[in-house]
Design a protein. Structure first.
Length: 122
């Protein structure tokens, strides 16, 4: 009977050690998963903040005005807009303020523009 008790105790001990090892292994795996998910949450929070900042920037009056002028060709009331060909496919819109803001006189700017875009030039 003594041998049977020792063998039973030995088998029970091996099963307990194996069970503890599996539990420890599962805990380690789940801890790594939690760390990975926490890192993912931080990355998503940063991305969310960037998106919120981008939305806030795009809600500003300056951005809306810029998009209305540059993309839609709109102008403010009593503002004159000139459309100057930039190349064959794109057009560049220039306001009076932009023409007068350069270091060259308006006449010099027009001469440069006409000579630069002359299709008959060799």
């Amino acid at each position: 009977m003594n041998r049977f008790n020792i063998l039973f105790f030995l088998v029970l001990t091996i099963l307990a050690v194996y069970s503890l090892y599996r539990t420890y292994s599962d805990i380690q795996t789940k801890a790594r998963t939690i760390d990975d998910l926490a890192l993912n949450v931080e990355q998503l929070k940063k991305a969310n903040m960037r998106i919120k900042q981008d939305i806030a920037e795009k809600k500003t009056r300056d951005f809306i005005e810029y998009q209305a002028v540059s993309k839609l060709g709109m102008a403010k009331k009593n503002q004159e807009v000139f459309i100057v060909p930039e190349n064959e496919h794109n057009e560049k819109k220039i306001t009076i303020e932009e023409i007068g803001s350069g270091s060259k006189s308006p006449l010099e700017q027009w001469k440069e523009l006409i000579l630069k875009n002359n299709p008959f030039r060799y």
